[in-house]
Ligand binder design. Structure first.
Ligand code: AMP
Length: 287
């Protein structure tokens, strides 16, 4: 059964989505900006390239079985789709921001009836309602941060990552509505009909995400140091220890370590007299 997948066709989420699919082992020909469809060469998958905003709707309607998009867009769409996997990119937050010149520092400072511009009207409305604050939501489809400067709004609700766009536009963040990242979502009926295919896809992507944070370390160490090395590098199930032909004073160890540990690990092993220290990338890691 063909698994149909929707991926953002451009914008912030496009490149990394494709990279994750490729690293998972799916071979696609997606050259050219205007491509709408790509067949996966080595699996019975079809990839459809659409706007990130449209993906929750296409997954909900069953046009595609699964999609990659921002959690913010999924929650704003408020449709019955299932989140299958957090993808750990596209991190941002949906925040309330006001002009620096307003002098407002907290939500309480925003007056009743203030105009709040946003392309997330549902989430903004729910947030202010949960705070018992009646505001007027002004729906915009982009460039939200300029609306207070042209008299369209008093405050905004917008996505923020570094905060530099807000600073450039002399706005300050005064509340966070939600934290977002890219997610994989699925149609609930597809989860029943194509559960195995969806689970395999999610676990393949997850194995790439795990592998990207790890490195494979190999080194020849003195046998007498083995207990210390085992203590320092417990790995996933302890290091793999192998004999070295012709050397009974040394053994070879292989172990998976966190990327963040590589610097110290190499220096520690070197100071213990280890030889042939190798650090290798890992493509996929299924724990
Ligand atoms: P696009 O409009 O296609 O570039 O994709 C926008 C999506 O990227 C949003 O819905 C978020 O999920 C994600 N994103 C991550 N950081 C930001 C940011 N600073 N501003 C807007 N969107 C962001």
């Amino acid at each position: 059964m063909t698994l149909k997948m929707a991926v953002p066709n451009k914008g912030r989420l496009n490149e990394r989505s494709l990279e994750l699919l490729r690293k998972s082992g799916l071979e696609m020909d997606v050259d050219g900006d205007r491509k709408l469809y790509a067949a996966v060469e080595n699996k019975d998958f079809e990839v459809m390239f659409v706007r990130a905003q449209d993906i929750p709707r296409f997954v909900h309607s069953g046009t595609v079985d699964v999609g990659i998009t921002g959690l913010d867009l999924v929650l704003e769409a408020d449709l019955d789709v299932d989140k299958v996997l957090d993808l750990d990119f596209g991190h941002c937050r949906l925040s309330v921001a006001v002009p620096e010149s307003s002098g407002w520092n907290t939500l309480e400072d925003i007056p009743e009836g203030a105009k709040v511009a946003t392309s997330f009207p549902n989430l903004a409305w729910q947030f202010f309602a949960s705070k018992d604050k009646m505001v007027e939501i002004v729906r915009v489809s982009g460039a939200t941060e300029i609306t207070p400067h042209i008299g369209v709004a008093d405050a905004i609700v917008d996505l923020v990552s570094s905060g530099s766009t807000l600073r450039t536009n002399r706005m300050v963040e005064i509340a966070t509505i939600m934290h977002s990242q890219a997610v994989m979502i699925a149609n609930p009926k597809s989860i029943i009909a194509k559960g195995k295919e969806i689970e395999d896809l999610a676990s393949s992507i997850e194995s790439v995400l795990i592998a990207e944070k790890k490195k494979y370390l190999m080194a020849d160490i003195l046998l007498k140091d083995l207990p210390e090395v085992e203590r320092l590098f417990p790995g996933m199930a302890g290091p793999t220890v192998m004999n070295i032909a012709g050397r009974d004073d040394m053994v070879a160890i292989h172990v998976v370590i966190d990327k963040s540990e590589v610097y110290d690990a190499v220096n520690t092993l070197k100071s213990m007299g280890a030889q042939g220290i190798l650090i290798l990338p890992i493509d996929r890691l299924v724990p």
